[in-house]
Design a protein around this ligand. Sequence first.
Ligand SMILES: [Zn+2]
Length: 419
Amino acid sequence: MSKQVIKAFKYRIKDESVNAEFLQYAADAFGQTRFVYNQLHDYIDKKLEQGQRLPSCIDLNNYVNRELKKQHEWLQGLVDKFYFTHVVYEIHAAYQEYLKGTRGKPKFRRKYAPRQTVSTNFTNNHIRVDAQESTISLPYLNKERRIKVLLHRPIEGRMLGAQITRHVTGDYYVIILCDVEMNDLPQNDNYVGIDVGLKVFVTYSDGSSYPSLKAMYKQQRRIKRLQRSLSRKYNGATKKSQQEKKVPRSKNYLKAKAKLARAHEHIANMCTDTAHKIAKELIDKNQAVFAEDINVQGMVKNHNLAKAAGDAAFNSLMRKLAYKAQWNGRVFLRVDRYFPSMQLCPHCGYRNTELKGMKRLKIREWECPHCHARNDRDSAAAINILHKGMSLRQEGGDLRPRGWKCSEVQSLWRTPRVR
Ligand SMILES: [Zn+2]
């Protein structure tokens, strides 16, 4: 079976293209969309307070074009008009979810948010990717209308639109979204259960494992050091007296901050890279992948940095498994979070309640009191998860991956635009 999926191709903009002109354009684009978003936020809030229904996308778009643009002339003609259409769709979707109760109230956008993004749609061939020159042309952007990027892979499929993103490190990226036709991988009879942990990152039910994320934890120590260094730099913004406020943040403060941001980004990249590699291999090799459904949000609230990094990597892996399974016609299933995968003996099914609670984390190996088999904790858990997953699959359990908002993402890019 084949299906249409939206793939994003993300390219770093080369430093030589991040010139004054580009920076001015980006500042305009981020500033104007942020302003429009916040104005719409205000507008919707007022409507809701008056007891009215959520205005439709068309209403919101009319408000932008007929009122906001008239009142604020600087909103006219500097940036792509689709930027505003996307803002309309984004805030409308956010409020719809809020009113349904599935998400919290949308927040106002901040100028100093770590990540800024604008989105545009592909019309009249106004976005072009030149693979030979490694350039991308975007509407309204500098005179030659092309920017140099690190084109590390070619784009595929039909172009839907583009985004420009600034990361907190000050790096800029272009993301090209494409409609790509994906075919299911040929079926096979391999099934795998995985257990995720700190000492060993992933243990597979066949006994093999992916080692600990040691390199990542090492980076965490570096972050700790950089944070200490940052806290010693002069930051007038937190000082009380008027005299001191004249220099809000010292040069050294800003330098240390940039270093810290880069370290954070580095660790995030490592995490994404590892997750992609593991998920790709699992989905390529197996017809179905089963994992535990752990309440990670509850787990994150602790001060152990390595643990926090491990949780982030775990979340990232689960998301990637979910969509890669869908793209390739595989099954990814997360078993119940209350399933005692750690306590069961994979050979006879005996439940060892001694392994309950925090203490169990220290026990790497245990002997089953019933059948006297020696069990390695992690691989036993992976095998139990595999058994549980297989039985759920036979019962026709809910096979849809959780946390995958495919349809919502698609609606934003695939519905016809309002003019
Ligand atoms: Zn046993």
